[in-house]
Design a protein around this ligand. Sequence first.
Ligand SMILES: Cc1ncc(C[n+]2csc(CCOP(=O)(O)OP(=O)(O)O)c2C)c(N)n1
Ligand SMILES: [Mg+2]
Length: 659
Amino acid sequence: MSLDTARMVQMANAIRALSMDAVQAANSGHPGMPMGMADVATVLWSDYLKHDPAAPKWADRDRFVLSAGHGSMLIYSLLHLSGYAQPTIEDIRNFRQLGSPCAGHPENFLLDGVESTTGPLGQGLAMAVGMAMAERHLNAEFGQDIVDHRTWVVAGDGCLMEGINHEAIGLAGHLKLGRMIVLWDDNNITIDGSTDLSTSEDIKARYEATGWHVASCDGHDFDDIRRAIDEAVADERPSLVACRTVIGKGSPNKQGTSATHGAPLGEDEIAAARKVLGWDAKPFEIPDQVLADWRGTAERGAKAHADWETRFAGHAQKREFERRMAGELPKGFSLDNYIQSLMKEPVKVATRKASEMALAQINAKLPETIGGSADLTGSNNTKAGGIGPFTADDYSGRYVYWGIREFGMAAAMNGMALHGGVIPYGGTFLVFTDYCRAAIRLSALQQQRVIYVMTHDSIGLGEDGPTHQPIEHVQSLRMMPNLLVMRPADAVETAECWEIALRQTDRPTVLALSRQNLPQVRNAPDETGMSSKGAYRLKKAGAKRQVVLVASGSEVHIALEAAAALEKQGVGADVVSMVCTALFDEQDAGYRADLLPADALKVSVEAGTTFGWERYVGSDGLTIGIDRFGASAPAEDLYRKFGLAADAIVPQIMNKLNG
Ligand SMILES: Cc1ncc(C[n+]2csc(CCOP(=O)(O)OP(=O)(O)O)c2C)c(N)n1
Ligand SMILES: [Mg+2]
């Protein structure tokens, strides 16, 4: 039952007041968007959104994504008013201050009810596509009684203008994600001023052309908002609801202008707005009736939740559903037997192939994986273990044909991981991590287990040439906080890396995998789990140790060859396989110093930029790599040209030792 209009107006005004007062107190922030969308949000949260503020993690809740993350005061207001334990009014008073969960932009790890970190425009909506996919997939697996929720998005002009929007809505339309509804804050304003300055696109036509249903409403008329949302809910297609709003609505002298977008309104204007809105309460005070009305909106969701718990209690797959939503791997999951079989019968394969072999095991053992590729399935070797396609006709499939949408794929995988119940992995060429980089960054920031299967990881891809040959990519990804970048040397390390990646609960992994075949360097059956320390001594010096070669991935076997040649000359050389610098950096000082001792010449060998390797070999070490763009030629020719061969490396080491 909807409340009468006058009371709804005050509920919306509570959002406006909290937003303008919090931004004023912080002397920074964005009041315009929350004030403009207050009416739409009030209708959505009171009459439609299925959620239970007392149980924010309830698995079958609707997901609400504030894609226009600069309007963070909108979601903080909604969470507080509807009765979530946090944010408290004190938290809101401390908006944007150190220690407050009400950060400048919403952070998924700071507040329950914030389903995703948003702020980088466009990505919220694209993550919502992944959430809607995960919902349909789990619905297909566990049934309507347990999984039956919607994904709501509030997006601004900016979210719709970003390039990723095209990727995201193309996917959602194709996959017929009818339970996804985007409420567009159609206010004709961005930071620089009117949208006329920069766009004349017919957005509604674009959405219709990609298979979306489009509705429009007056975003300040409760009945009209309800009509449009009802239409969206009824339509089988994903829906865009264009909500015509006035940015900063309620600010008498500034509303409708970009002045309200990202600056405090000022004390005088806030006082004038209070008059216009009929809002007498002091800053951060919510009149009892208004708060009671807001808290009352939670009853609908609490009831839905209680009914769900009853159904769930008797559900045949209850425990499995709980396991998956908790993100726990099945008890006893391990790749040990498979790894031992490799030790017995070594293989010479590309690590992308080794990844496929590992995936055949993983996908058979873990029903929660959802794989895919951005149109490079045959190159990334991501389809393994008999998993079938995820399609509009069959959401139970576990393989996504993402199309040529790397950024959209990465963002949607974030959404899947955030939704929970699934473990997403997806592939493209490593060089195109640049295309997904902004989403990889959000995987890391949001602490999500997303696994990037990035193949063709060096000049070793050969003939496709410099546009396709990563140079700076591995190192630049290693710089990203909370991201594991793994470059396995052979089939054994690849399996170990997969297992490590799957066991992470709060960080993503990039697997950098070779196109070219590599000999198996790990053949000792009793040496297991070596990759877990990030780096380990693969070969111990025979003669007195003077050199430590540190290599990764496809260059490890080259380092072994160089070490053998050095030993022939009486120079003892260790070889360290640097699988993952981030994991190595986490080891204690003793372990690190033992692998990289001060009294030996340390030499890095990696088919990529040498930038940063001084961190491991020291300023008096030797860094062997490629500090220019590659070239188009067969891989073996390129390795020779760029000096990544034992006979090119050894003389440099001898010079250094003798010099
Ligand atoms: C990828 C990205 N580029 C730029 C920004 C900076 N930025 C924040 S809001 C905004 C304007 C967005 O306009 P709109 O979505 O219409 O928001 P409104 O002004 O209507 O609140 C910009 C450019 C950003 N947050 N993310
Ligand atoms: Mg706008």
